[in-house]
Design a binder for this molecule. Structure first.
Ligand code: ATP
Length: 284
């Protein structure tokens, strides 16, 4: 039997870092939602007790470094599954882009293998397993829109933001999430985005409010390391996006746009500067 799972990309509407904890992790507050740019995973049971990963994308690891592999191994070990699985990753989400592609693949693997092997694991338990693989995985298991606290694993579902177009632009540079967090001086941050204002904009369905209260403290690091990300933000603003922010640790920049008439102008304008541009919708 073959099954399929979609693994959508996430964007952070807000990312705040309160402090660095004694255990080395950062205490964060993140508001995340999903967009309809997604990897597609195909999973097929194998008679032999093994995990095989393939992908058309030439630039991701296919061994135990792959997050889908790690998710399959975790669920097999924890639930004593003696069967094997072949997982094909049809990658559409740009890699190392701040869009949680790997985390979403891991989450889709957990959901998919739960179905394939009829394990009956609750969503809550899948989230707990996911937290062992990475801070963004629990959110990717449930999807929707959520506020995450702690190191990202304490999730609270909230309403979806108002529907709009999302234009994603990924400059051709690699950003390591660990490197960005490592360079962040949380105690020296002069400004923090307002989580309360963003939450009230979302709950009242105010698109203008969502655009106003977008904020990501990791921009203080990534924009300094890579001025081209700042340049991309400025270009997107100039082209008329209603709200513009870097997602996660970058380097992808997203623009929120309410009017369809503006979308192609912004897309065409961006394509002059950046090869990887995607026009998607919020997944609401
Ligand atoms: P995050 O925002 O969660 O840090 P990201 O979007 O910045 O994630 P990913 O696309 O998840 O970054 O890739 C980060 C690293 O993980 C890459 O260096 C990649 O080689 C590795 N990786 C492992 N498994 C996968 C996978 N299934 N898909 C993409 N990258 C993967």
């Amino acid at each position: 039997m073959k099954i399929y799972e979609k693994a959508p990309a996430k964007i952070n509407l807000l990312l705040d870092v309160m402090r660095k904890r004694e255990d080395g992790f950062h205490e964060v507050e993140m508001i995340m939602t999903m967009v309809d740019l997604a990897d597609r995973l195909e999973m097929e049971e194998l008679p032999r007790d093994t995990i095989i990963i393939s992908s058309q994308a030439g630039y991701i690891p296919l061994d135990e470094k792959n997050l889908a592999f790690q998710a399959a191994r975790l669920i097999k070990d924890r639930y004593n599954v003696r069967k094997g699985v072949y997982i094909h990753l049809d990658k559409k989400i740009p890699v190392a882009a701040g869009l949680a592609g790997g985390s979403s693949d891991a989450a889709a693997t957990l959901r998919g293998l739960n179905r394939l092997w009829e394990l009956g694991i609750s969503e809550e338990e899948l989230c707990t397993l996911g937290a062992e693989l990475g801070s963004d995985v629990p959110f990717c298991v449930t999807g929707g829109t959520a506020i995450a606290r702690g190191r990202g694993e304490k999730l609270e579902r909230i309403n979806n933001p108002p529907q709009c177009w999302v234009i994603l632009a990924k400059p051709p540079i690699n950003v390591s999430t660990a490197d960005v967090y490592g360079k962040l001086r949380a105690s020296e941050l002069k400004q923090h985005p307002s989580t309360a204002d963003m939450l009230s904009a979302i709950s009242s369905g105010s698109f203008g409010g969502v655009c106003t209260y977008l904020g990501n403290v990791l921009e203080t690091v990534t924009l300094q390391l890579h001025p081209e990300v700042l340049q991309l933000k400025e270009i997107m603003q100039r082209l008329g996006a209603d709200g513009v922010l870097m997602s996660g640790s970058g380097p992808t920049v997203f623009g929120l746009v309410s009017k369809e008439a503006k979308v192609s102008r912004i897309y065409n304008g961006l394509r002059g500067f950046c090869k990887e541009v995607y026009v998607v919708r919020m997944l609401t």
